[in-house]
Design a binder for this molecule. Structure first.
Ligand code: ZN
Length: 333
């Protein structure tokens, strides 16, 4: 592992895991919400997860029926039994398919447990590459051991390859699954939150799990250590706008469930803040000067949790601005 790659990977783990250290998993409860006949969302409780104070972990979506359960995302690893209990209350059949919207541990931590219980995991090939497999010492030596432990606890046992997707597909390869009289579309998302996001559309129920490129709690999160891109968020939003009808329910990984009518305001926020940072960067301002200029100020009152402190990253506003700045800097060198 080249030193620069190892230090970038270590920094990403360090940053991502700082908020995970504060989670008491025994305090997390799951709320089951019906979205359509045989379609449900499972959302974690508020006030337990410092990285996601509005609702712990990543939201799960379920399609139930006689053919077996189809599951979107798998929460943190220590919640697998809670998730199984919640599923057993709405479905008799076992989980047959599990698709991950992207590799982050709040969406894939339960992979191993559900694979061991018979689920087939599907995801982007990019996700399979991004899911931490046993890390080389060149990386683990750079990460604080307590932080590494928090990251591994959230993600599940890295040494067991059963947690990795079995069926994978690339950026251009949309997939379809017929199950429980539903037509399920697995739609690769343009590089945005990460380079391996999937959008899951249940055509008949008209519900779409969109993952994390859209969020309405905190500012957008682009994961630059895994190919994320701010401009890609605009492309991903445009993709959803083109697919969704007026009644389509959009189920984000975090925050409230919305419709396409909520997308233009989000797109405007991303494009406007990006434009402001671009102007400041063009004036030769340093990152600190750009942060001090508060390019998100006019949106802060509209974005719940946007300026809330998050361990390891400052706030989602400062993370968003710093990411845009880093993208501009990378493009200029
Ligand atoms: Zn997430």
């Amino acid at each position: 592992v080249p030193a620069a790659v190892a230090s970038a990977a270590a920094a990403a783990i360090q940053q991502g895991a700082a908020a995970l250290q504060g989670i008491d998993y025994t305090k997390i409860e799951l709320r089951t919400e019906p979205l359509a006949p045989n379609v449900y969302a499972l959302t974690g409780s508020p006030g337990v997860d410092p990285g996601h104070p509005e609702a712990a972990g990543g939201r799960i979506m379920l399609l139930t029926g006689p053919d077996g359960v189809f599951m979107v995302d798998a929460q943190y690893a220590p919640l697998a039994d809670n998730v199984s209990t919640a599923i057993a209350q709405i479905a008799r059949a076992p989980v047959r398919f599990l698709v991950n919207t992207h590799f982050h541990p709040d969406h894939t931590g339960g992979n191993l447990a559900f694979a061991h219980r018979g689920a087939l995991i599907l995801a982007r090939e990019e996700e399979r590459k991004a899911l931490p497999q046993p890390l080389p010492p060149a990386i683990t030596n750079l990460v604080d051991p307590s932080v590494l432990k928090a990251y591994q606890t959230a993600s599940g046992d890295w040494s067991d390859p059963a947690r990795l997707p079995v069926f994978t597909y690339g950026a251009g390869a949309q997939q379809m699954i017929r199950l429980n009289r539903e037509t399920i579309h697995l739609i690769p998302v343009p590089t945005s939150h990460t380079d391996g996001d999937t959008l899951v559309w249940l055509e008949n129920a008209d519900v779409m799990a969109v993952g994390d490129f859209y969020r309405n709690y905190g500012y957008p999160f682009v994961d630059p250590s895994h190919g994320g891109s701010t401009s890609g968020i605009l492309a991903a939003v445009d993709l959803v706008s083109s697919l969704a009808g007026p009644n389509t329910r959009l189920v984000p990984g975090h925050g409230g469930i919305v419709t396409a009518a909520d997308l233009p305001a989000y797109r405007d926020l991303v494009a406007t803040v990006q434009g402001r940072v671009k102007d400041l960067f063009a004036e030769g301002r340093s990152l600190q000067e750009v942060l001090d200029a508060r390019p998100t100020a006019s949106y802060d009152a509209l974005v719940p949790g946007g300026t809330t402190a998050i361990p390891g990253i400052g706030s989602s506003a400062s993370r968003f601005v710093a990411t845009i700045y880093a993208e501009l800097k990378a493009a200029s060198t």
